[in-house]
Design a protein around this ligand. Structure first.
Ligand code: COA
Length: 336
């Protein structure tokens, strides 16, 4: 570098980050398995045995991506004890916002009154929330923002083919949110993340939008190679979860909660076994009533565990998201 050139201001000294609030929004309409089974020639028993799902919520017209996000965000802001104008950044993770552009985040920021916030969306499917927490944590630690809102939100019912036996019963709608802010001590452990793009077609929108339009169809559906995804999640994700525990400098016995992506109850049970999670550590099982809400599933499950007293405020939780891409991300966090 030429010596005459002035050096850039390195910014504020690094500091710690933590999640200071979480919130959730569950759509009003409860949809039991009995409403799903007709077109896929299934049964309540089969769905419960194979996935652990008893019911899910489907959003009504007024429960838009923005409306659900806003409600979840307000809950997170209230728990954090801050106002929207203190947000330096709004990150929305979703794969079901109907606009390719603009992103949902600036619209949400405006709706909340976060007038000074940078705002953008990320697309990391069921791992989107953990990706958002990783970004938010780094922003707070480096001083790019003081408070960052991370929202995971989906209207998967808009992208589900009710006649597809492999997916019609799996997906649900909802929004979960978290506020990441500065902390005296480390509250978000290192993120372990990655991707396996060679397997991009394991969970995929059936056809790209241009082909949907060319074929005169109204919208595409998300389809899945169920058994391949199941095996990947069971065999590959437990080691990632263990790496996140190791990176955090703790042991599995130190955990106060395990909050995996709510993909399938059998996947959750297999991960518990492979990880050798000690009995007595609470595990998120929100999937039974909420189904798989992709980016929203971890914050929704977290909000519920705290609200129902299943997990302690201030406790250590391991969270791991994994899904379409294939992509994944995991970190240990201090619960707000
Ligand atoms: N209802 C009733 N029967 C069904 C069915 C349905 N919805 N879907 C498949 N079947 C039947 C098949 O016809 C087959 O019957 P057969 O043995 O008489 O031929 C049998 O069930 C097994 O089919 P298969 O496709 O092998 O099912 P599976 O055991 O793999 O279960 C999933 C299907 C989707 C539940 C399972 O693959 C799964 O959970 N995958 C992971 C999905 C997931 O979590 N995705 C989210 C990741 S982010």
């Amino acid at each position: 570098m030429p010596t005459a050139r002035p050096s850039l201001n390195p910014g504020p000294a690094p500091r710690h980050s933590r999640i200071v609030g979480v919130g959730g929004y569950r759509p009003r309409r409860v949809v039991p398995n009995s409403e799903i089974i007709g077109p896929i020639d299934s049964s309540d028993q089969w769905i419960q045995e194979r996935s652990g799902i008893k019911s899910r919520r489907f959003a009504s017209e007024d429960e838009t991506i923005i409306a659900m996000s806003s409600s979840a965000a307000k809950g997170a802001l209230a728990m954090a004890g801050i106002t929207a104008d203190q947000l330096g950044c709004v990150i929305v993770s979703t794969v079901t916002f109907m606009y390719n552009t603009p992103a949902a985040a600036p619209i949400l920021a405006n709706e909340l009154g976060a007038t000074k916030a940078a705002a953008f969306d990320i697309s990391a499917a069921c791992a989107g929330y953990c990706h958002g927490i990783a970004l938010a944590s780094d922003m707070v630690k480096s001083g790019t923002s003081d408070y960052v809102l991370v929202v995971g939100v989906e209207r998967l019912s808009d992208f589900t083919d009710p006649c597809d036996r492999g997916t019609a019963f799996i997906f649900g709608d909802g929004a979960g949110a978290a506020i990441v802010g500065p902390s005296e001590v480390a509250g978000i452990g290192p993120t372990v993340w990655g991707s396996e793009g060679a397997r991009w077609d394991a969970i995929v929108q059936r056809e790209p939008w241009n082909e949907v339009v060319a074929a005169g169809r109204q919208k595409p559906a998300i389809v899945m190679q169920g058994q391949a995804v199941f095996r990947w999640a069971v065999w590959s994700m437990a080691p990632v979860a263990q790496q996140a525990i190791d990176a955090a400098g703790i042991t599995i016995n130190d955990l106060d909660a395990f909050i995996p992506h709510q993909a399938n109850m059998r996947i959750i049970d297999s991960m518990i076994k492979t990880l050798k999670l000690p009995e007595g550590i609470p595990v998120a099982r929100d999937i039974a009533e909420t189904a798989n809400t992709s980016a929203a599933s971890i914050p929704l499950a977290t909000e519920r565990m705290l609200r129902e007293g299943q997990a302690p405020h201030g406790g250590l939780a391991l969270q791991i998201g994994f899904g379409a891409g294939l992509v994944y991300a995991a970190q240990v966090i201090v619960l707000p």
